[in-house]
Design a protein around this ligand. Sequence first.
Ligand code: UD1
Length: 445
Amino acid sequence: MAISGSKNAALAIIGAAMALDGPCIIYNLPQVRDVNLFLEVCADIGATVEKVAPHKVRIDPTTISSPEAISPKVSMLRGSYYLLGALQSRFGSCKVTMPGGCNLGVRPIDLHIKGFKALGSDVDIIYRNINGEEIWFRYDGGVALPGQGEPDSFTLDPAFIHCKNPTGKMKPASIFLDTVSVGATVNIMIAAVKADGITIIDNAAREPHIVDVANFLNTMGADIRGAGTETIRIKGKPYLPANKEYMIIPDQIEAGTYMMMAPLTGGDITVTNIIPTHMEPLSAKLQEMGVGIEEGEESIRVYTKPGQILQATSIKTMPYPGFPTDLQPQVTTLLSQAEGTSRVIETVWESRFGYVSELNKMGANIVISGRLAVITGGTELTGSRVRALDLRGGMAVTMAGLVARGETVVENTSVVERGYEEAIRKIRSLGGAIDRFEELTGRSR
Ligand code: UD1
């Protein structure tokens, strides 16, 4: 099973490409909704985007004339926040609609804003009142101060973010992130890439796609060191000539999802086109559960040992190199089939157990208490009608359907397609009995 390019790396790299001063070619682009939508957003703001092959895109950002990305499409994506960093980096200012993404509880962007402010920008959040008039609040030391309008306007949905550096360009800074944040680390890195001097980001996130974005920008002419450690040093370069090609890393979350399908179904699956070291947090847990793992250079075989019964375990999600939160729902499905009681603690997102009620409908025995899930394993799952509530949670219930007795119908699977390339085809190629039905229009393949 060949793994596609990383969705989250692709979003960050496409965003970073908007800061360049020349065209670039990106390979191993995953064909998923979020990425395609983000490319559309970039084209809408004036970048020249050519899909030269299904997994290859040529992007020329030099055709962007105005740093404004205001549209409902922007609010359908989390990764669109990278436009804030990239457009400020190139133009010294930007207006970008508030980002969206899966509902995992509160998803603040205060650390991004803290970084932009340290780099010299004023940041205003623009709201609209019921008459459609704009009301702005200036972000000041993490507290939003009213510029004009009513105090109760805080209850309104923000319309867009306006960042403006009075000098017209970003100034270098030393920035300590209070919380380890993937998005803030990447966004500040992109925003600082052309600042006149050296920017340091401390307590940076270390996820593989942070290294990937730094490698991408360096290939295009930037000078970024330390990505993958907790201190990143960015020496600003006034001009990023680009005119180069870059290959996105494999998707660690997609790989982990298919790896877990082997023990879930008592099968034997080899995932290829991956970087095995990125999979260590999961491989170690699977081994603890009694699953067979064989690492190749760019592949991992995951197999069920003869007579092996899957063992319960405890898992705590953490920033990389800890266990990824984006594999938490899928591992919970797997643990519902393990012998004994497992515990899963979610430390990254405040509300990421929504899918559990759907698993319980299928016969799982999972009790949630705040950020803790206690899973009594070994219960038989029964086919049911369930709902994909978000990207990874949707995949978790789909996986449960593979081992449930009888037929499972998963509604709202479009959220799964936001991040998994050709999930139906891939699961079928592994032997899963899965098909796609379009509601109302009947069956389609
Ligand atoms: C990215 C991924 C998402 C993944 C997450 C954690 C993308 C598009 N999305 O999301 O799939 O689940 O990393 O691996 O790449 N936080 C703040 N203030 C901020 C930013 C974040 O308090 O300004 C907090 C968040 O509430 C959360 C934690 O930091 O508790 C981690 O969030 P972050 O790493 O920023 O996640 P995203 O980059 O949004």
